[in-house]
Design a protein around this ligand. Structure first.
Ligand code: FAD
Length: 314
């Protein structure tokens, strides 16, 4: 039996989570045996198909339909189910919003359990996954014949593309009754690194006090460090930053080389999204703020004084 990875794609480009999910699939294949196949579902794939074939996978399956231009989850899930058939033992998605919306539909239709956000492969059916906002790492065994899994990208290295060219199989995607329609899409165009894959992140919290301060204080620091911008949920809820910048249990999970936390307390739900960062730097006026419990470098100071001084000193 083979292992199927469902690619995360945007505008004919493979998203970084696909590369990490392929690594997780290869780890399972090393223990369970079987080939790794990559499935692309949507309207049309050119560059992403070529890039897919150079990944360490044994086959690329491309399922297309003109009705899947918006990659609506109902149609994608139906196509995944048709491809899975009786041929696959594991179906892997990145734990992105795309994967998180398709995987449960697939698991429910197959009447199997879903294993969410695995962070390590311990056996063909044995995985680690965080629970209680990352405070407990559970080892879970998947007993169903088909294992539906989402993979936490930050826990697996990105698979490298090589010179080998995997076989490409093309088929028609399935259409399904849909319950929602995409009416508009806004892509943020920015020179800044993407939050999910940035090596350095500058993140701000409620301590910044306003959107104007968030922009005025954090943007020059992020520019100087070549960093992506993040935020706590309190900062997002207060309108300092857009929702896609939220880091944490209900936001993005990140693990950059350096995470700079400015004026955020380090609530447990925030830590759940960034505690795996290699180096954590915190600036907070409260010496008892929980962020100092995980910080490698902590500065107890007023951020409105400390950040401009930091910029000047660079
Ligand atoms: P606060 O807790 O208000 O902290 C502000 C900090 O700024 C304080 O530590 C203060 O000392 C410091 N400060 C103030 N002024 C200054 C100054 N001038 N200079 C320096 N420091 C200053 N939160 C997330 O972030 N991400 C999530 O994904 C998330 N998911 C959640 C899910 C659930 C189910 C629940 C219940 C909560 C979730 N939260 C999440 C919310 C979380 O519990 C906290 O409320 C939130 O993280 C607090 O944000 P904050 O640290 O910016 O604000």
């Amino acid at each position: 039996m083979a292992i199927l990875v469902i690619a995360d794609v945007l505008d004919d480009a493979l998203l970084p989570s696909t590369f990490n999910t392929v690594t997780a699939a290869r780890e399972i294949a090393a223990l369970a045996g079987g080939d790794v196949h990559l499935l692309l579902v949507g309207e049309r794939f050119d560059d992403s198909a070529k890039a897919s074939a150079r990944l360490p996978v044994d086959k690329v399956v491309i399922a297309t339909s003109s009705g899947l231009a918006d990659r609506n989850v109902e149609g994608v899930a139906k196509t995944v189910l048709a491809v899975v058939g009786n041929d696959y033992s594991h179906v892997l998605f990145g734990a992105s919003s795309f994967g998180k919306s398709v995987a449960p539909r697939v698991a429910a239709s197959l009447d199997v359990a879903q294993f969410s956000e695995i962070t390590a492969v311990k056996g063909a059916a044995l995985f680690e996954r965080p629970t209680y906002a990352g405070n407990v790492i559970a080892t879970v065994e998947a007993l169903d014949a088909i294992k539906v899994i989402t993979v936490r990208s930050t826990a697996f290295a990105a698979a490298q593309t090589g010179d080998g060219i995997a076989q490409i199989e093309k088929l028609d995607a399935e259409m399904a009754e849909r319950y929602a329609r995409v009416t508009e899409r806004h892509n943020e165009v920015s020179d800044r690194p993407d939050l999910a894959s940035a090596k350095i992140i500058v993140s701000g919290g409620r301590g910044l006090g306003s959107k104007e301060n968030y922009d005025r204080i954090l943007t020059p620091l992020a520019d100087k460090l070549g960093a992506a911008l993040g935020a706590s949920r309190a900062a997002v809820d207060a309108g300092f930053a857009s929702n896609d910048r939220q880091v944490g249990q209900t936001g993005k999970v990140v693990a950059p080389d350096v995470y700079v936390a400015i004026g955020l307390s380090g609530a447990i739900q925030h830590l759940a999204g960034m505690r795996e960062s290699k180096v954590i730097v915190a600036v907070n006026s409260d010496p008892d703020a929980p962020i100092f419990g995980v910080a490698d470098y902590g500065l107890v100071a007023d951020l409105f004084t400390a950040v401009p001084q930091w910029l000047e000193a660079q």
